[in-house]
Design a binder for this molecule. Sequence first.
Ligand code: NOJ
Length: 490
Amino acid sequence: MSGKFSRRQFARLAGLAALGMAATPANSANTKQNRAADRRAPAGFPKDFVWGTATSAYQIEGAVNEDGRGRSIWDTFAHTPGKIGDSSTADRANEHYYRYKEDVRLIRDLGVRHYRFSVAWPRIFPDGTGAPNPKGLDFYNRLIDELLANGIEPYATLYHWDLPQALQDRVGGWQSSDTSKAFADYAGYVAGRLTDRVKTVFTLNEAGRFVNFGYGWGIDAPGLKLPTAELNQARHHVALGHGLAVQAIRSQARAGTRVGPAENIAACVPAFDTPENVRAAEMATRELNAGLLGVMLEGKYTDGFLEYSGKDAPKFTADELKIIGSKNDFVGLNIYAPQFYIAASDKAPGWSVLPFPGSFPHMNSEWLRIGPETIYWAPRLAAKVWNIETIYISENGTSSEDKVHADGKVYDLDRIMFLRNYLRQLHRAVAEGVPVRGYFLWSLMDNFEWIFGYEKRFGLYHVDFDTQRRTPKLSAAFYRDVVARNAIGV
Ligand code: NOJ
């Protein structure tokens, strides 16, 4: 500290600053500084902008043997020694199955009026197909009623990775188009029963992640490392499952139900903003997403994708492509880290992917590189490439090394830094007319973070997994303020 202030003066200044009063002369209405402040409007969002939070069934529900729930591939995977970093499982997780009323109050206390949760397929069809389990559906009826009673609109995701184990055992899961059909039957069944109250349905969550990590690299359930041709075929079945589900939902849901995917788009960012680099990033967005989001939105694989895949390209029929390309009402994008920085290139295909320097900054999860501009560029480029009219940021957030301090508080300033910067860029997108209509912060509360178990915390609420005590972090107050003012900044 500089020697300019005495200890007493400093303490006084610090105290005033804490009250938001320091450096404001008592009678300063007409000072230059204040006139500048008048011009500094907060970044407001449109008045119908959707602010929400998100969770998924396997990550929070627990109660894995309750009310006739079947086993999922994640139960099997988590119980396989060596698969989960902290050797945990989600058998208990957040006990949300029993504590859902308390958890709905947590959402309400944030002032958030939109909540994205997922339905566990093995609760509804314990064997993947066949006879439905009414007790499984009852849980979601109770949850939805509780949400609505608290003024919170439910958004349901139908597949957040918890495939019934029976389907994996019988047909090899997504390696077979039988799973695509079974998914559509389940989706239609659920939509027929919940869409009297749920108006927005997401089909698959992060298809790109669960195909590559689960069937290609063996990192996620079911832990397979398929050769490329089989992996591409599994990806095709996943895309087909999406298209069949869209059709089944349309035929069995109440009129007016809106449906779309929630995809972890391969997020491209121009290396720096020049028209050439932006054009290059558009081309890259189309090609690097051709195997899933692209085929869902165009109803065809790009020539580039087929050429690149060569003899490993998926086998498909024209009819399947038509189904996959069924019209969506919106596209959900899960946005975390910039995946590809793109530069224009003189060589074909006209763009190149730049390597990341080792010093590129990241958050508490090593994969979560910090790139606030991603939430600006990914929706902007997607909207341009596929002419999308409605986009939701279906997930965004970060893990942080959250600790409850002696005063009972969690000061997650790094999460606030992350959110503040991403939300500024989101505002930039919305202000420029990129059609983003809503934002779901991942996650409402700390939960089972897949292969990292409980070691990575993404919540606005801290969860003590021994006592199940939920404690709002400082970021909960930050987000409550953003939602209340429908704006970022002052
Ligand atoms: C995306 C996934 O959908 C979600 O389940 C996961 O917890 C977050 N990313 C954070 O890794």
